[in-house]
Design a protein around this ligand. Structure first.
Ligand SMILES: [Fe+2]
Length: 198
């Protein structure tokens, strides 16, 4: 019998995770994470496995949705499908003690990479456009800010070394005021995540 899209997606995700695990066995550094990034990009090419019926474009009341589609038993590899209306922005932040890779199935956003230059200051380094065929990877502790580009709704894959719940304390920067905010994602922040693992 022909496998369902969900089964095919699960299989493709398992293959991607196994390959990424292989890339990172010797440790996480810029070159190994770069290899891992290409594995996530390969998964994004299988657009037919991420239909809008299962990952709908959100409404204006709730303009972004995170579908949690994969976590290993200790949540050390976690994959989310991010569906958002154009216009979402995030100030510079890190993902605590987790690495992050973001790749695009549909839509375009700009990831600005920042470097922490003092206790509460962050300095812009470069911009990377994430759109179909490109992606961005961040080592643990590295900073990015996000702003959307274009008017196509987004469907991006966010892959983390740790699920949001266990990323630990993250730091966000207000570049204008020069203030840093230390926070741990709690239930309030995580309520917008939809468990789509089963
Ligand atoms: Fe982020």
């Amino acid at each position: 019998m022909e496998k369902s899209i969900k089964e095919k997606r699960k299989q493709a995700i398992d293959v991607m995770v196994d390959r990424v695990r292989c890339c990172l066995t010797e440790g996480v550094d810029e070159s190994s994470l770069e290899l891992a990034k290409h594995e996530l990009m390969r998964l994004c090419e299988k657009k037919e496995l991420f239909p809008r019926e299962e990952f709908p474009t959100p409404s204006t009341e709730r303009p972004e949705l995170f579908f949690h589609v994969y976590a290993d038993p200790v949540q050390e590899y976690s994959l989310y499908v991010y569906s958002a209306l154009p216009g979402q922005t995030y100030r510079p932040h890190n993902h605590g003690n987790s690495w992050a890779i973001i790749a695009a199935i549909e839509g375009r956003e700009i990831h600005s990479l920042y470097r922490q230059t003092g206790h509460s200051r962050a300095e812009w380094v470069t911009d990377i456009t994430v759109q179909p065929g490109t992606a961005v990877s961040l080592l643990p502790g590295r900073l990015h800010a996000i702003r959307s580009a274009g008017d196509c709704p987004l469907m991006h894959l966010h892959f983390y070394g740790k699920a949001f719940e266990i990323q630990g304390e993250r730091v966000e920067f207000d570049v204008k005021t020069g203030q840093a905010y230390h926070l741990t994602l709690d239930e309030r922040h995580l309520s917008y995540i939809i468990d789509a693992r089963h």
